[in-house]
Design a protein around this ligand. Structure first.
Ligand SMILES: C[S@@+](CC[C@H](N)C(=O)[O-])C[C@H]1O[C@@H](n2cnc3c(N)ncnc32)[C@H](O)[C@@H]1O
Length: 202
């Protein structure tokens, strides 16, 4: 007789902790900022991690880390937690992420204000930037600003990565002075998704 209410409470608690439920709730609060009802699948997250262009001593910056599927894939691919910096504007998701990936530096801030929040030891030592926020939905001026900021963190000529549900490039690369290349595509994500790499045009 008493088992039933306890089970229901346990289930409710479990659901409140679940990344999928948190992601969906935050999507309802900020649909354009999340631009998806589901976090990235393990398959897409692995594809992103496989494209990582950095060396072992470099810092890796993930923008728009959300509930952390890509963060976890990066760790599984061998990125050391102390070299990984996850940036997430939503304080609730950032707090969740800190619990989900202990050891990773989680910055609860706007990606556009990252230079102020970036830890001193990472300055000049960033080897990879992954853009997980829906960059194609940003106003054009903010999009260009973010591209400039991502490139300024990287060694000259090094591409940044972006993943997208769009069938085509999420950035008008030539207009932004970039060369874009689709590096990977997967049907194992809802919706299917691609990983792109962008480097400045010579
Ligand atoms: C499409 S979701 C991707 C989340 C996660 N990386 C994944 O793959 O499931 C975009 C994420 O970017 C975050 N975001 C949007 N705008 C941002 C900004 N200006 N600065 C930092 N994070 C931002 C959102 O809160 C959301 O968590």
């Amino acid at each position: 007789m008493t088992a039933e209410p306890r089970t229901s409470i346990a289930r409710l608690h479990e659901r409140r902790q679940s990344p999928a439920w948190l992601f969906f709730r935050r999507f309802l609060a900020h649909p354009l900022r999340l631009a998806s009802v589901l976090e990235s699948s393990p398959a897409l997250s692995r594809l992103v991690a496989e494209q990582l262009p950095s060396g072992p001593g470099d810092f890796v910056i993930e923008l728009g880390a959300g509930t952390g599927p890509v963060t976890r894939a990066l760790l599984a691919a061998g990125v050391a937690p102390e070299r990984l910096i996850a940036v997430e504007i939503d304080p609730e998701m950032a707090a969740f992420l800190r619990r989900r990936v202990p050891g990773v530096t989680v910055l609860a801030c706007d990606a556009l204000a990252l230079e102020r929040a970036l830890p001193a030891e990472a300055r000049g030592r960033v080897g990879a930037v992954i853009c997980g926020l829906p960059i194609s939905l940003l106003p054009a001026a903010q999009r260009a600003e973010l591209v400039g900021k991502m490139l300024s963190l990287l060694p000259p000529g090094r591409p940044f990565l972006a993943y997208t549900h769009r069938l085509t490039s999420p950035l008008q690369a030539a207009e932004l002075g970039l060369a874009g290349e689709r590096r990977a595509f997967t049907l194992l994500n809802l919706p299917p998704a691609s990983v792109w790499a962008y480097r400045p045009l010579p």
